[in-house]
Write a protein that binds this ligand. Sequence first.
Ligand SMILES: [Zn+2]
Length: 364
Amino acid sequence: MLLTYKFRVKDKHAAELNRQARAVNFVWNFCEETQRHALKWGKRWPSGYDLCGLTAGSSTLLDVHAHTVQRACIEYEKSRRTQKKRSLKWRGKRSLGWVPFNTGTVSFKDGAFTFRRQRYNVWLSRELPEGARIGAGSFNQDARGRWYINCPVEVPETKSAGTASIGIDLGLKSLVVMSDGETVEAQQFYRDLEPALAVAQRAKNKHRVKAIHAKIANRRKDHLHKLSTRLVRENGAIFVGNVNAAGLAKTKMAKSVMDAGWSTFRTMLEYKAIRHQVLFDVVDERFTTQACHGCGSIAGPKGQTGLNEREWDCPDCGAHHLRDVNAAINIRERGHALLEGGIPGIHAGEDVKAVRKLWHRSSL
Ligand SMILES: [Zn+2]
């Protein structure tokens, strides 16, 4: 499968990338000019191939890779076609920098990328195999002027060695609680930044507030990446409750939900599960909090009113429960039931058959 890796390029390369981005804008605007000329004189619209022909040889003059010029021409024609427009916008100072490259023109070795015989150092936030074959991608700039490299890499689908199964309860206070008791607290990503955030907010320093929030989001994402990678390595099946982030976001709890990043985590788990042939499913989480996982009695704390009740005792079987761990175990049980024949109405997805087909492990 093809995965796109994204790395932040170190700032020392910004000047060079800015320069190349200006050259790309120049090529783009040349394409735009050619298009407008064709419109004005009722001529045939230039194809990507035509534009490549017209710009041939310009790369030496512009001091960029020949394939960068070609990709810019082809992307121009593609954008015009997919947006169904007669002409496009000019690219100028306010356009976010973009330097496309072609398959095989960028390589990765010793922790850095090489493009046009120049090394680009990055913050290696994820592991990328040495000598990975990098497809057609691009260097991209964000609104804050930082540069990133987006490179598609073909990675083999490897089967996870894990045979255990796990249920995951997503919450507000505890972001993630697993059926084995492991917990990720929502607060852990910003506890130490809270004083700084309060200072910035009092000073109405919007720029600083934004930067701190970005830092929190980055930490959380990084943590969830590592956690999801470990989970697909250790498990043959992963079940997650179907908390509706979009639905909850309309209520008072909106802020903390937006902050929670459940959907990010579910998406990560899903694509990693596919990659490692791990069964992943989203199950209906109704009553998972209230039901005792031992005897099934619906006696636990109710919904959001009982949010502060973190532990409870089952009046029917006497078992002591940690609220969220009990919910996670119920989610795992529902996942198992689903695979073994199903409880009508508990499946949040549609195609139960497809799920069973996927399910080829009998070790549970
Ligand atoms: Zn019970």
